[in-house]
Design a protein around this ligand. Structure first.
Ligand SMILES: Nc1nc2c(ncn2[C@@H]2O[C@H](COP(=O)(O)OP(=O)(O)O)[C@@H](O)[C@H]2O)c(=O)[nH]1
Ligand SMILES: [Mg+2]
Length: 318
């Protein structure tokens, strides 16, 4: 499978990735977007169409602010360009939906330099450990090597869970005892990776919320220590958000973003929810782009977030 999947800097999508996106949006489509598509099957667009559209977008957890932005922009286009058919109105809406997701031309992780450290942050249960394993598998498909750092030292079970994934994906897991200093684990992992020329260290952090202040301090410390143990390393932080929590995910993200610089978002469990519309408010409200989506519980249920494909999948009957 060597380099079979090497990505281009402009986001193209493989057939496999397209299928993953299709699968991931199924519930959101069945729940809401099929009804949005139906709206545009009516021959005329009326005041009611726009009202219903806004309501449906909110039901899909697009969020009130983003829903209203989308409806207003589509509506303006229709009025200004004197579009008359509902097909044209749908096209205008879809264009704005792609736009509101921001740019998807970030540097792909698989192309980043040897020595890159990836911090996985997010609340408990959001899917950090699972996404850590999926991302490892994803990078390995591009022939990149990965070490894992078990920096969630809060629970012994968390360390074990990462070890099990590490065995499955055949990646070395650097771990200390339960309650050890997470930064010390990261220091060792980064040093070990550096000595052996390993491409990436992915750091699985704790996400407990009840000591939120300490958690944020800890994350900052982990980042500082990672940087100190290899000053040449690029440190990338990815925030894992659970799509099934809809707009709550946005609130959680806001609290993380107050103290942690986040480069990209992994929107996990998109397959398990009708609230997939939350993807549209992520960039619009947080100004941090979604880089990857979680599309199931298995190791390869993970795909780059391709904006156009995502919007197409929500509308198309394939
Ligand atoms: N359906 C589905 N489940 C997921 C996905 N990602 C994670 N999960 C599940 O979410 C639960 C919590 O994941 P975990 O990685 O342990 O979260 P953590 O506490 O943030 O490390 C587990 O049962 C995972 O199997 C996904 O993309 N889709
Ligand atoms: Mg975990």
């Amino acid at each position: 499978m060597k380099n079979l999947f090497r990505r281009r800097s402009t986001p193209e999508v493989t057939e496999e990735e397209r299928e993953q996106i299709d699968h991931a949006v199924q519930k959101t489509k069945d729940g809401v977007f099929n009804r949005i598509s139906d709206l545009f099957r009516e021959s005329v667009i009326t005041e009611d169409t726009w009202d219903e559209l806004e309501e449906l977008l909110i039901q899909a957890d697009v969020g009130p602010v983003t829903a209203s932005t989308l409806v207003e922009s589509a509506r303006k286009d229709v009025e200004r360009e004197e579009l008359h058919t509902s097909v044209e109105a749908e096209t205008a809406l879809r264009r704005h939906m792609v736009e509101v997701l921001g740019s998807d031309e970030h540097e792909p992780l698989e192309d980043m330099e040897t020595g890159t450290v990836i911090l996985m942050v997010g609340v408990n249960g959001s899917g950090k450990t699972t996404s850590t394993a999926k991302l490892t598998h994803y990078l390995q498909r591009y022939d990149r090597s990965v070490y894992l750092a078990a920096a969630d030292t809060f629970r012994a079970a968390a360390i074990d869970q990462l070890r099990i994934w590490g065995e499955r994906v055949k990646a070395r897991v650097v771990a200390h005892q339960q309650d050890a200093d997470p930064s010390a684990v990261v220091f060792d992992a980064v040093k070990a990776a550096q000595q052996r020329g390993v491409d990436f260290v992915i750091v699985d952090t704790a996400g407990r919320l009840h000591t939120k202040f300490n958690l944020m301090e800890e994350l900052q410390k982990i980042k500082r220590v990672a940087q100190k143990s290899n000053p040449d390393a690029r440190v990338v932080s990815l925030l894992v958000l659970d799509a099934t929590t809809g707009q709550n995910a946005i609130l959680q993200a806001k609290s993380f973003l107050q103290t942690v610089d986040v480069d990209g978002i992994i929107l996990s469990k998109l397959d398990g929810t009708a609230k997939g519309g939350v993807a549209f408010s992520v960039y619009n409200e947080l100004k941090v782009p979604i880089w990857y989506i979680g599309t199931g519980e298995k190791i390869d249920d993970f795909a780059p977030f391709n904006h156009l494909e995502f919007v197409n999948a929500l509308f198309e009957t394939r």
